[in-house]
Design a protein around this ligand. Structure first.
Ligand code: SR1
Ligand code: MG
Length: 385
């Protein structure tokens, strides 16, 4: 990507950038990003109104400047917000402006929202959120697939998402690194033996490699690509899905699998720290998510395609396996889940073991026959068949 004047913003230059886009004087900016990839600023005008500026950096923030990346992900995110926004308008933040040269998106500020992960970690009830995210998955995944789009429209959309460098990041961090001695892996010394057992497990290697191949080749729908509970913002009954830079065409079961992995991580973390009643509320959320996904998918399914049950059985089987790999990598890979990392050492150790055991059982067990089986395997320490 040509430079064309690209510079990472600071709190002064980001104000200059936003000023022409708003009708009142911009007064301040703060960097609020704590993510793995980008700079994120809240820029506020005199009236108190604010916008978010998200700017891609030319490297992976969490890994440092030595892991260089193009800034193309900003374009991908802008395109994905548009594509998903057409199908589920109430679920995406409004894209106010996109600057290709600066790799910067100006977005509606979801002030007052918190991430669903933070709400779950604090033990807050979040009624309606799981069902909203389930419906979102059905709307955008079916809506960008050959089930709903005509061949020319589907192929035109597919061509807009030609290549994503962040898919390589996913291939590496989700499907590969946890199973080899990769320098990017990070884990507690207390689970050295557990991490070593993952590297020695040939059946797991084969399964992960096969799922990586499915992720790379089965371009069924335009995925969010990183749909964890930190990518969902909630405020009362307003639910938004953010951070679409990982969007790409892939298997329909991938996004639901990731979301379920993070609900399972949240549940296991609560149980490890004695929060049994809240853990059972998370069970309800998992079932509400899946029921909404299932009902909305059935409702939107094309009457000219008489094989919904077979399609959805495959989504379930895929979601289970992708969920298993996502759970494992959040314990031994580069990017962890706060739900587990913030536990006290003893509780954390217990949770880490349970997450890896559940992940293994999802990946290596026979295909799940129904959602109850998937959720049981995702949240209970059991031996896989
Ligand atoms: C390199 S970025 C690490 C992780 O953060 C993102 O949210 C994705 O989950 C990615 O795998
Ligand atoms: Mg993300």
């Amino acid at each position: 990507m040509a430079d064309l004047g690209y510079r990472p913003f600071d709190t002064r230059t980001v104000c200059d950038f936003v000023q022409p886009l708003v009708r009142e004087p911009v007064v301040s900016a703060e960097e609020i990003g704590d993510g793995n990839l980008n700079l994120v600023f809240r820029v506020t005008a005199g009236s108190g109104r604010s916008v978010i500026v998200k700017q891609a950096l030319p490297y992976l923030r969490v890994a440092g400047e030595s892991w260089s990346l193009t800034r193309h992900r900003a374009r991908i995110e802008a395109d994905a917000i548009e594509a998903h926004g057409k199908l589920a308008p109430e679920m995406l933040p409004r894209l106010i402006h996109f600057d290709e040269a600066l790799s910067a998106l100006v977005l509606e500020d979801l002030a007052g929202h918190v991430t669903w992960r933070d709400a779950l970690m604090s033990g807050r009830a979040t009624p309606g959120v799981a069902a909203a995210v389930g419906r979102y998955c059905a709307q955008v995944l079916l809506g960008t697939s050959d089930v709903k789009l005509s061949s020319p429209d589907r192929k035109a959309l597919r061509r807009r998402f030609v290549y994503s460098e962040l898919c390589i990041v996913t291939e590496d961090l989700v499907f590969t690194s946890p199973y080899i001695d990769s320098p990017s892996n990070r884990y507690d010394p207390a689970i050295n033996v557990l991490a070593e057992s993952l590297r020695a497990d040939q059946a797991l290697h084969k399964a992960a490699a096969e799922l990586r191949f499915a992720f790379k080749t089965r371009d069924e729908a335009l995925l969010h690509g990183d749909l964890h509970t930190g990518s969902v913002m909630v405020k009362d009954d307003d639910v938004r899905v953010i951070d679409l830079e990982f969007a790409y065409f892939g298997p329909v079961g991938f996004d639901p699998g990731l979301l379920l992995a993070h609900l399972a991580l949240a549940r296991i973390a609560h149980e490890a720290s004695g929060g049994g009643s809240y853990a059972r509320l998370i069970d309800d959320y998992a079932f509400e998510f899946w029921d909404a996904l299932s009902d909305e998918s059935r409702r939107r399914w094309s009457p000219t395609e008489p094989w919904f049950d077979r399609f959805f059985a495959r989504v379930l089987a895929d979601a289970a396996r992708f969920a298993g790999l996502e759970m494992i990598r959040r314990i031994v890979g580069l990017a962890h889940a706060q739900d587990v990392d913030c536990l006290s050492p003893n509780n954390r150790l217990q949770a880490q073991n349970r997450v890896v055991s559940a992940g293994r059982s999802l990946v290596l067990g026979s295909p799940c026959a129904g959602f109850a089986e998937l959720w049981n395997r995702a949240t209970h320490e059991e031996h896989y068949a």
